[in-house]
Design a protein around this ligand. Structure first.
Ligand code: NAP
Length: 307
C-alpha cells in the first residue's frame, strides 16, 4: 500500500515535479500539504507545517520543497515530531544546519534524505561507470542558463542563503561529485555579484585533483537563447560529453546513453528504498564546494540585475 506523504511549499518545483512524481510513484500518496498561500485540489491543506503535524499524526513522511532559507526550521520540526524527512536541494542554508539535522535524525531513528535531483538524470550513472578507471586529464563544466526563464520573480535567489547562480550550479557539482572517481577540492574562484544583489550571478571555479586533472566550472545566469548544462571530460581513452544536465552521454561524438527525464521519479523511488531499509542519505559534498567558493572566492561587481 502507498505510504502517505506531506509536501511543504507548494510552488514551482512542487507543481512541476514533486506532485507528478508522487502521483506516478506507486510507493507514495499525497495526503496533505503545508503552504502559506497555496494548496492542491482534493488534498488536505494546511497553512503551516506545525498545524499539519498536529492534525495529521497518521502521516509519517514529509517532503520539503521550500527555498533553502526556511527549510531547516521545518525539517527540525518534522523530525522532532517523529516524521521521516526528504529535502530539496540544497539541503539547507548552511552546512551546520544540515549536520544538526543529520544528528537529530540519527538520534530519533528517522530517515533523512538530502536529494540531488541531477544525480538521477538519465546518463549520470553511465558517465560514472564509463569514467571508472580512466586516466582523466581535464573536466570542463559549463552551466549557463537564463535566470529570468527558470526563476521568474523568485527574489529569494538573491537573498543570503539563496545561493544565486549556485542554485543551478550546485546541480552541476552534484553530478561532478557523483561521477569523478576521487574527491576534489576548490583551489580558486571568482564570483560576480550584480551591484544591487546579495548573491552572485556568475561564478568561475577551479578545482585541485589529487592526480593532476584540470577541473574547472563556469556558471552563468545571464545566458539567453540556447541553454547549456554540459560537462566535458577528456581522458586517455577519449572525450566524454555529458550534456543536457546529465540526460545524454556521448564519447568522441558517439552517443552512449540517453533517456527521458525521470529525475524526480528516481528521487521518490530512492526515498522509498531508504525508508524500507531504515537508512538515511545525506551527501554534503556539492554544498561543501559552494561553501568553499564563498570563503575562497574573489568578489567582482558587475552590472545591476533587474527582473
Ligand atoms: P518557489 O516556487 O519560490 O518556492 C516554493 C514555495 O515555498 C513558495 O511558493 C512558498 O509557498 C513557499 N515558501 C515558504 N517560505 C518561503 C520563503 N521564505 N520565501 C519564498 N517562498 C517560501 O521555489 P521553487 O522554485 O519551487 O524552489 C524550491 C526549492 O526547490 C529550492 O531549493 C530550489 O533550489 C529547488 N529546485 C527548484 C527547481 C526549479 O526549477 N524552480 C528545480 C529543482 C530544484 P507559500 O507562499 O504558499 O508558503
Amino acid at each position: 500500500m502507498a505510504r502517505q506523504i506531506a509536501l511543504v511549499g507548494i510552488g514551482k518545483i512542487a507543481r512541476d515535479q514533486h506532485i507528478p512524481a508522487i502521483a506516478g510513484s506507486g510507493a507514495f500518496s499525497l495526503a496533505a500539504t503545508a503552504s502559506r498561500n497555496a494548496g492542491v485540489d482534493g488534498v488536505d491543506g494546511f497553512s503551516s507545517l506545525e498545524t499539519l503535524l498536529a492534525a495529521r499524526t497518521d502521516i509519517d513522511a514529509v517532503s520539503l520543497c521550500t527555498p533553502p532559507g526556511p527549510r531547516y526550521a521545518d525539517a527540525r520540526r518534522a523530525l522532532l515530531a517523529g516524521r521521516h524527512v526528504m529535502l530539496e536541494k540544497p539541503p539547507g542554508a548552511t552546512l551546520s544546519e544540515v549536520h544538526d539535522l543529520i544528528a537529530l535524525a540519527e538520534a530519533r531513528g528517522l530517515t533523512l534524505f538530502a536529494t540531488w535531483h541531477s544525480r538521477h538524470a538519465a546518463s549520470v550513472a553511465a558517465a560514472r561507470d564509463w569514467l571508472a578507471g580512466k586516466d582523466i586529464r581535464r573536466v570542463e563544466i559549463t552551466w549557463k542558463e537564463d535566470v529570468r526563464r527558470w526563476h521568474p520573480g523568485q527574489d529569494w535567489v538573491w537573498e543570503p542563503g539563496g545561493l544565486g547562480v549556485f542554485d543551478p550550479g550546485i546541480n552541476a557539482l552534484s553530478v561532478l561529485t557523483a561521477i569523478h572517481p576521487r574527491p576534489l577540492h576548490l583551489s580558486a574562484a571568482e564570483l560576480s555579484f550584480p551591484a544591487n544583489r546579495l548573491t552572485p550571478i556568475a561564478a568561475d571555479l577551479t578545482f585541485r585533483d589529487p592526480e593532476g586533472a584540470e577541473v574547472t566550472a563556469a556558471f552563468d545566469w545571464r545566458q539567453e537563447g540556447p541553454q547549456t548544462w554540459d560537462i566535458v571530460i577528456e581522458t586517455g581513452a577519449g572525450t566524454a560529453t555529458l550534456s543536457d544536465g546529465g540526460a545524454r552521454l556521448s564519447v568522441d561524438g558517439t552517443e552512449m546513453s540517453a533517456g527521458p527525464d525521470r529525475e524526480y521519479a528516481g528521487l521518490y523511488a530512492r526515498f522509498a528504498e531508504l525508508l524500507a531499509n531504515g537508512e538515511s542519505e545525506v551527501d554534503l559534498s556539492p554544498m561543501r564546494h559552494v561553501a568553499d567558493a564563498f570563503t575562497l572566492g574573489r568578489r567582482v561587481e558587475v552590472d545591476a540585475f533587474e527582473w
